[in-house]
Design a protein around this ligand. Structure first.
Ligand code: SF4
Length: 418
């Protein structure tokens, strides 16, 4: 769900545009990019063009020159590693999408053995606790409700079952690719349409834009499980012994590098905002190593082709105008202060929890579970879970980390010999 794609604008129609993804055409919203023009290359996320790429040629450089460039970067890392002479260098890659590239291209095997790339809690579906998903399960069973959400949330197992199971039982649960589809269903239906909104700052602006667009539609509401990432980065800096963090590039595209710079200043753990190509990650690792030995640490922006210091101001303003922050539980991590985006007073009429009087069930003792997703989200190798590849597979997932393409267990499974 966090995966973004690069495409070229070929036609503009008001707030929408036709984007060509290497020849495949798709309609997307350009609400977050008022200055976009035909011919611009954009980053598209969950149906919304979120940033204009500064140098489109750079996007494709990795594809045509990966071998030589990757070799150069690996040599530079080797040299820097000898200079640093550290027995261990722990680098946490926060994002599930980083983990995907790292595993798919065997980057761990290519790096010197003292450099550990450790997978972090940057998968929004994985960190959403089952008690929050239970809100959707409860609501979907009520009369006259259509519940919509993204495909990966549908399949997350909980102790009350999954949304997918409800769908198979004939309950009206529908998968959508972006929230605009949910709004469209509401426009054409007499039922109450509730969208289960999940994701980090990359997806939240789209939800905010849909809420603004909904205007006086009164049969549309959302359960907002959106999370913001700086509290989780702060948690990692305070509670784990990481030497460096690779910060989420697409989140930074929206919020800018400033929030990360503030955390580096406070906790002294260097951060590199990284893109998602294999050479982006290798370059970020090299830049991280360069930071390791300096006293005046700062945030490094490896992904400067789409990330700026201030981010996408239109998207940030939409988030700020629509949501307020609330303390929230993160799977495996616990309660992080002011980390969940919920609708503010002005948009309360679209808040399904308030509209239908929903209450979250009590949290169950995690020790009761054999699923180790909570530990995986803090860096445990998925293969150390006794269920991995046995009672838990992508076809039959026992936890969220095996469901989504950004989940560490599913990434490890799909790239292993099972
Ligand atoms: S392998 Fe399955 S059961 Fe084990 S931690 Fe991953 S999702 Fe949970």
């Amino acid at each position: 769900m966090c995966v973004a794609a690069f495409g070229k604008i070929v036609e503009l129609k008001g707030n929408n545009a036709t984007v060509s993804f290497r020849g495949a055409l798709k309609e997307v919203s350009v609400t977050l990019l008022p200055k976009v023009r035909i011919g611009d290359t954009v980053v598209v996320h969950a149906g919304f063009a979120t940033e204009i790429v500064k140098d489109p040629l750079k996007v494709y450089r990795d594809v045509v020159a990966t071998d030589a460039y990757a070799r150069q970067l690996l040599d530079a890392i080797e040299k820097e590693n000898k200079r640093l002479h550290e027995p261990d260098l722990k680098i946490m890659n926060f994002c599930g999408t980083h983990e995907n590239t790292i595993v798919q291209y065997s980057l761990r095997d290519l790096l010197p053995s003292n450099i550990q790339l450790i997978s972090g809690p940057g998968c929004p579906v994985c960190v959403t606790p089952e008690e929050e998903i239970a809100l959707g399960l409860k609501l979907a069973k009520k009369e006259n409700i259509i519940l919509t959400t993204f495909g990966d949330l549908l399949r997350v197992p909980t102790r009350w079952g999954s949304l997918e199971q409800l769908r198979l039982e004939g309950i009206d649960v529908r998968m959508v690719y972006d929230i605009s589809q949910a709004l469209e269903i509401a426009r054409n239906s007499k039922s109450e349409v509730v969208h289960f909104a999940v994701g980090f700052e990359t997806t939240a602006p789209g939800t905010a834009a849909a809420i603004h667009e909904a205007g006086d539609i009164n049969n549309f509401s959302i359960i907002s499980s959106h999370r913001i990432t700086p509290p989780a980065i702060e948690y990692v800096m305070m509670n784990t012994k990481m030497d460096v963090l690779l910060c989420p590039g697409h989140v930074a595209m929206v919020i800018g590098t400033r929030p990360f710079a503030a955390l580096v200043k406070e906790f002294g753990v260097p951060c590199v905002v990284s893109g998602f190509e294999p050479t982006d990650i290798l370059q970020a690792v090299y830049q991280a190593m360069r930071q390791f030995s300096v006293s005046n640490r700062s945030v490094i922006n490896q992904y400067d082709n789409v990330v700026s210091e201030n981010g996408n101001v239109v998207a940030k303003n939409l988030i700020n105008e629509t949501f307020t922050l609330k303390d929230a539980d993160w799977r495996g991590v616990g309660v992080l202060p002011k980390s969940r985006l919920v609708l503010n007073r002005e948009y309360k009429r679209f808040d399904a929890e308030a509209k239908f009087g929903l209450k979250m069930p009590e949290k169950e003792n995690a020790g009761m579970r054999t699923c180790k997703c909570g530990e995986v989200l803090k860096g445990m190798k998925p293969q150390l879970c006794p269920n991995f590849g046995k009672t838990c597979t992508p076809e039959n997932p026992a936890g969220p980390c095996m469901v989504t393409a950004e989940g560490a267990c599913s990434i490890a499974y799909m790239n292993s010999n099972f």
